[in-house]
Write a protein that binds this ligand. Structure first.
Ligand code: GCW
Length: 669
């Protein structure tokens, strides 16, 4: 058995707990291996339990060709009767085993199997925003998986199931705790708990990392301060790191949110990001640990938040130690349904940069809305930064190839909790899956990933597969349409970020209001980031900066991101901006309704329980879409003073009623 204890209970209903790992068979394939190890044993057992063909040979080989595929790469050669999985390291064999099983489950086994795979990014890491009290910041799938209260004595079987799910899609690292980090995580008692998790994850090829609180030396160590230039401080970190590696010899390193949204950092002492990051890097270096230093910084006094990460970090390019990587959110503001890529990608060239994606749907309807995010990430990864001429995609600027960095990584903020189905919404599992697959191979299409996921999770019946795949592929754009089309952004209700609140104007900081982002007036709407405005366009390479700067060439998707335009501005298709906005919102509503129809029809082909679960959420999504449309159009209409085009369904709400809605965080933990 793969799972410890008596974990494999029969679930009375199909609750989605098995994720995409459903290929178990009683066939009992013959599997041999030329070496034994905990990792190879897992690969062997997976194949014994899942492979429906003939003999599989797992072969660890130290050849030049295999070494070129790296620690995680593998080759598969043979046919359904006899097949070899070869790798130069045991992780490679494990990934090869999962790959072969995936080929089988998705109908890709041919008479001549020849596969060679090597991951695009070295570190493929989940970021859990899990607090030590088990709440999850921006988590919509129940409490944290980590039972800090029970560890290290009691070990939940879900830890191993989690590791297995990640390994099956190539994820090889995890940050266990929230970037808004409690210093307590570094206490000896917590490190004992972390060690237990690391031991469980290790055979699955998963390394553990921790988010740290920059003030830990002061708070935990009782030092006077946590100033990186106070000699006692780096010493404290050195000792702490030593303590960690004693327990966890393959510990990955630290993730740091510093001087951001009230978190402590080196600037508290007049020092820089470089001072802070390098101090930690020096402590980790002897053990091959790394620092992932986040660039999510924005100060209240800068007139354009979108410019700040670039402005603050570019001057430090090349000044960080070689075991520091800068972690940058995909967009320059904050995980909005659509943003252009952050200009740090491609611009920062001497220091490696990694993308931070958000798998959890903080800004895309929590686990109530069906939003397949692979299309968003694909759009991002394939965006051309033009940093070294055409073809300098974000993917290449971060996978080490464009700037010859030996450190490459990609991270995703996890959407996992203790809910039976792990992610709250059955289709949110697809986002976890897609993150892993894209981290492995950023050239995969969202279509191909959705295809795999549906076949493995639900069904390969074309009557189900075809419409449901289309629904998934359309879903993120639908959310953009009914929430904030044409480049609008951050008009979310304050705090919880679920519903619309474009009228929100009173906050401790201007950049925490919605009016700051849309700037609607009687005359116009949008954020002017052109050369005449905040000049954020200048942070992009040519020809993007010119393209973005001109409303005639700026893609419609980013129009109001970069431009403040009159309501009767003529769009490329001849519509006025106001009408175009109305039609986009309406389109979003129609799409959400279409998803209901698709699901009701296709759903009869799958189990009742998951069918109903998704159906109930699609109802919420459709009604939320109307709520968004009415709130935004009625509110913006108070400025535009123009009629909503008469072929569009009329609002069914009163603006004043919508303004009274106060969600009691009902959608969060
Ligand atoms: O998106 C915002 C979230 C915060 C989060 C922050 C960050 C962890 O609203 O909840 O804090 O970004 O990424 O640091």
């Amino acid at each position: 058995m793969l799972m410890s204890g008596n974990y494999r209970i029969i679930h009375p209903v199909e609750d989605g707990h098995q994720l995409w790992l459903r290929g178990e068979t009683a066939a009992g394939a013959k599997v041999t291996a030329n070496k034994k190890s905990p990792t190879i044993n897992i690969a062997k057992e997976e194949l014994e339990n899942g492979w429906k063909g003939g003999e599989v040979r797992l072969r660890l080989q130290n050849s030049k060709e295999l070494r070129a595929l790296g620690r995680d790469g593998f080759r598969i050669a043979g046919n359904s009767q006899q097949v070899d999985i070869m790798a130069s390291a045991e992780q490679g064999l494990l990934y090869g085993a999962y790959h072969l099983l995936r080929m089988q489950e998705t109908g890709k086994i041919t008479e001549n199997i020849q596969v060679e795979e090597k991951p695009a990014f070295d570190i493929r890491i989940l970021n859990h925003w899990d607090n030590l009290n088990r709440t999850v910041e921006r988590g919509y799938a129940g409490y944290s998986l980590w039972r800090w209260d029970q560890l290290p004595e009691v070990v939940s079987p879900r830890y191993e199931a989690y590791a297995r799910a990640n390994a099956s899609i190539g994820i090889n690292a995890t940050v266990l705790n929230n970037v808004n980090a409690s210093p307590d995580i570094l206490k000896a008692e917590y490190l004992q708990k972390v060690k237990v998790l690391a031991d469980i994850f290790r055979p699955y090829g998963i390394k553990v990392y921790l988010s740290i609180n920059f003030s830990s030396p002061k708070i935990l160590g009782g030092l006077e301060d946590s100033d990186p230039l106070n000699p006692a401080v780096p010493l404290w970190w050195k000792e702490k790191v030593k303590e960690i590696y004693k327990l966890i010899p393959d510990f990955g390193g630290f993730l740091v949110k510093a001087n951001s949204e009230g978190q402590p950092g080196p600037q508290d002492y007049g020092r820089t990001h470089v001072d802070g990051a390098n101090m930690l890097a020096d402590a980790l270096k002897p053990y091959k640990g790394i620092v992932m230093w986040r660039a999510f910084v924005y100060a209240p006094d800068e007139p354009d938040r979108a410019k700040q990460a670039y402005a603050e970090f570019m001057p430090f390019d090349g000044e960080f130690r070689d075991n520091v990587i800068i972690q940058v959110k995909n967009g320059p503001v904050d995980f909005q349904p659509r943003e252009p890529f952050s200009p740090l990608f491609g611009a920062m060239q001497k220091t490696p940069v990694m993308a931070e994606l958000q798998i959890t749907q903080e800004y895309l309807g929590f686990s109530n809305h069906l939003a397949y995010l692979s299309t968003m990430w694909e759009e991002f990864l394939k965006s051309d930064t033009y940093s070294k001429g055409e073809g300098s995609t974000v993917a290449k600027a971060t996978d080490g190839s464009l700037f010859n960095h030996s450190l490459s990584a990609i991270s995703g903020v996890a959407n996992i909790g203790v809910d039976d189905n792990w992610c709250g919404h059955h289709f949110a599992q697809a986002n976890w899956y897609a993150f892993g697959r894209l981290a492995w191979n950023h050239e995969l299409t969202s279509e191909a990933i959705a295809d795999e996921w549906i076949r493995m999770t639900f069904s390969s019946d074309p009557e189900f597969l075809v419409p449901v795949k289309k629904m998934m592929l359309d879903s993120r754009e639908a959310v953009v349409n009914y929430m904030m089309p044409l480049g609008l952004h951050h008009i979310f209700a304050e705090g919880h970020h679920y519903g619309p609140q474009p009228w929100y104007s009173q906050a401790a900081r201007e950049d925490w209001t919605c009016v700051y982002y849309h700037k609607a007036s009687k005359e116009a709407i949008g954020f002017d980031r052109t050369t005449k405005g905040s000049n954020a366009v200048a942070q992009y390479f040519s020809p993007l900066r010119e393209q973005f700067n001109n409303p005639a060439t700026c893609p419609d998707e980013y129009l109001l991101w970069f431009h403040h335009l009159p309501w009767d501005f003529k769009m490329k298709d001849g519509k006025t901006l106001w009408d175009a906005l109305c039609y986009k919102y309406d389109k979003g509503v129609q799409q959400a309704r279409e998803f209901q129809k698709i699901w009701d029809k296709a759903g009869s082909l799958i189990d009742e329980h998951r069918f109903q679960h998704v159906q109930s959420r699609l109802k919420i999504q459709a009604s939320d879409a109307v709520w968004w449309k009415d709130a935004c159009l009625l509110y913006f209409q108070t400025f535009s003073n123009k009629p909503i085009p008469y072929d569009i369904e009329r609002p069914v709400h009163e603006l004043n009623d919508l303004k009274k809605i106060r969600l009691n965080m009902r959608h969060t933990n």
